[in-house]
Design a binder for this molecule. Structure first.
Ligand code: URA
Length: 233
C-alpha cells in the first residue's frame, strides 16, 4: 500500500492533504522522515508518525472511551457536545460511531468503531453481550427490588418482562446489574419500575472487557480487535 493511501485510510484528510503532509516531511516511519507519498509499505503492524505523533495502522478502528458526564452519544447532539469531540481528528474523519448509546449523564465504558458489521454483532439482541452497570439510587435498595429486577419487570413499551442477568446490592444505596439487552434508558426504567430512582449510572464492563482503572474520564485507547470484547467465541 502506498504511504499516502495509508494516511488517507487512517483519516488524515483528503488524498491531496495526505500527499502534502508526506511531501512536506511531516511523516516518519521508524524514526526517519519519509517524504515520498508513493513509497510502498506493508500496513499491518505499521506505526508511522505524523508531526511526531505516533499512529498505529488499524484497518478497522475499535477504541474504548471512558465517557464523562455531559456528552451525548448522538452524531447530532442537541444540548451537550458529542462523544465524538473527545476523539482525535483522524478518528472523527473516519466516522467512528458509539456501539450502542449511553445517556448524557451516564459515565463509563463506551466502545467506538468504524466497523459497521461489528456494531451489528455487538448490539444484536441475539448476541446477548453482557453489560455491567454500577448504580447509585435515591432510596435504599431492598431485597424485594433486587428480586423484581432478577425476575423481570414490565416496561411500558414492551409486554414481555425484562430481567437482569445478575443483580447484587453493593451498598445501602447502590447496586450492580448485568443486562444482556440494550433497550432505551433500560437501567433507569427497570429501577424506576421497582419504585426506586437511579441517581448515578456508570458502565464498568462490556462483554469480557472491564473499564481500565488508569483510563481517566474523557480518555480513550485502542483495542486490538473484537476478541478483546467478545473473547475468542
Ligand atoms: N440504561 C440507562 O438507563 N441509561 C444508560 O445510559 C445505559 C443503560
Amino acid at each position: 500500500m502506498k504511504l499516502s493511501q495509508v494516511l488517507f485510510s487512517q483519516g488524515f484528510g483528503a488524498r491531496r492533504e495526505c500527499e502534502g503532509l508526506i511531501l512536506s516531511g511531516h511523516v516518519g516511519i521508524d524514526g526517519s522522515v519519509h517524504d515520498d507519498p508513493w513509497f510502498e509499505v506493508h500496513p499491518e503492524g505499521l506505526v508511522f508518525s505524523v508531526r511526531g505523533e505516533p499512529w498505529p495502522y488499524h484497518a478497522k478502528a475499535l477504541v474504548l472511551l471512558h465517557k464523562p458526564p455531559g456528552f451525548e452519544c448522538s452524531q447530532k447532539p442537541k444540548h451537550h457536545p458529542s462523544v465524538m469531540s473527545l476523539l482525535p481528528p483522524p478518528l472523527r474523519v473516519r466516522g467512528l460511531q458509539p456501539v450502542g448509546r449511553l445517556d448524557e449523564d451516564t459515565t463509563g465504558l463506551l466502545l467506538m468503531t468504524d466497523d459497521g458489521a461489528l456494531i451489528h454483532r455487538l448490539t444484536s439482541p441475539k448476541k446477548h453481550v453482557p453489560k455491567v452497570y454500577e448504580i447509585q439510587t435515591t432510596d435504599p435498595v431492598t431485597d424485594a427490588q433486587l428480586d423484581e429486577l432478577r425476575n423481570g419487570v414490565v416496561l411500558h413499551d414492551d409486554p414481555l418482562p425484562v430481567r437482569a442477568a445478575a443483580c447484587e446490592r453493593t451498598a445501602e444505596h447502590a447496586l450492580r446489574m448485568t443486562l444482556l439487552e440494550g433497550k432505551y434508558h433500560q437501567v433507569k426504567r427497570m429501577v424506576a419500575a421497582t419504585g426506586n430512582t437511579v441517581q448515578v449510572l456508570h458502565r464498568s464492563r462490556y462483554g469480557i472487557l472491564a473499564l481500565p482503572e488508569d483510563l481517566k474520564p474523557g480518555q480513550w485507547r485502542w483495542l486490538p480487535g473484537p476478541a478483546a470484547v467478545l473473547g475468542t467465541g
